[in-house]
Write a new protein. Sequence first.
Lengths: 241, 163
Amino acid sequence: MLSSHVPDWLLERLAAGELSEGQATALKARLEHAGELHRLAAIEKSNAEILAQLPPSQVVGEIHRRAERAERRAKATRVRLSLGLATACAAGLAVLLFFKVDPEEILLKGSHPPQLRIYRRTTQGPESLDPRQPLRAGDALQIRYLSAQHKYGVIASIDARGTVTMHLPERPGAAVPLQQEGEFALPHSYELDDSPGFERFLFVAADEPFSSTLATDILAKNSTPSDKFAFFAVTFKKATP
Amino acid sequence: MAIDVDSLYRTHGPMVLRRCRRLLRDEAKAVDAMQDVFVEILRRKDTLDDRAPAGLLLTTATNLCLNKLRTMRRKPEDAEDELIHKVASFGESEGAEERTLARRFLDRLFQTQPESTRLIAVLHYVDRLTLEEVAAEVDMSVSGVRKRLRALQAAVPAMQGVA
């Protein structure tokens, strides 16, 4: 004989109208027997509350952004693997692609450099991080900047596998006009994947428009820009899971 | 399968969020995970069919949350939470001194289907589905489900005696 308790899992599938007629009838009978038909109504109420709290107009765009970011990362990984394989074949050697970057370092350039501040989202609110604190895969990071009165900027990061992620703008293009006052938070958090080693964040700023490729080149080549740009770079170690 | 994310989120998003909330016990991470579930569905759209989207989304949410729990390293809040953590950590590599031959054998045994084994364990131990209900959800025989759970109990000593 089946238990009269109806697990949430089955209740959700019942509410979604996904069970066969026979299963649905049997489950409703169990709910009635246990005096728990109100749980179905509670799901309806919860649905309305969640959609009001997290409206599709807000969430669906974020889902597409994440999907595009994941696709870009996957493509970058495929390209790196192809390059690595081709190089390995040519040299007859296995090739490991690692960037030599000192963890915990902060690099500044310019008479009044811009700044990045990295926060980790926690249940108690954002936790300000300094480079001595290791990051972990799954950390949801919020990136904030101070423009130091520079007009245009690009923020990007690179991990130890060499994958570059654009944060501002989120796709390659022109540098973005910067907020001039106070600490400004980027609208979307950034979740770290399981790439080991480190994550290095770079903020390049200038008073004239420029292309985001400048920042991605600096990260990829571990170089510095010319004197007409100011920049801030910070590298966090990543803890081994 | 063609995916209309807007429509899928309106009809099933709240269900996915409730699932993530229950497993992760952290509102911000649950919202993050909920969005990632839809990203995962988009990623796999070419290999999925749309016969039972709720079941697919619940399964994806469960697997994704268990993977996130393995990296979160927070203290379990209660007995159910502790159980979820134990299931989530099943199959993690340990120090050589802690690994027995039997454990290594079982790790290898489950290496091909670690997610389905963890899903079975969560459905039975956490969600309290009967063996028959679990079998129907994962499309396996009852004896197959029982066998997986016995092997899990043998592999994870902390789970022995769990009803």
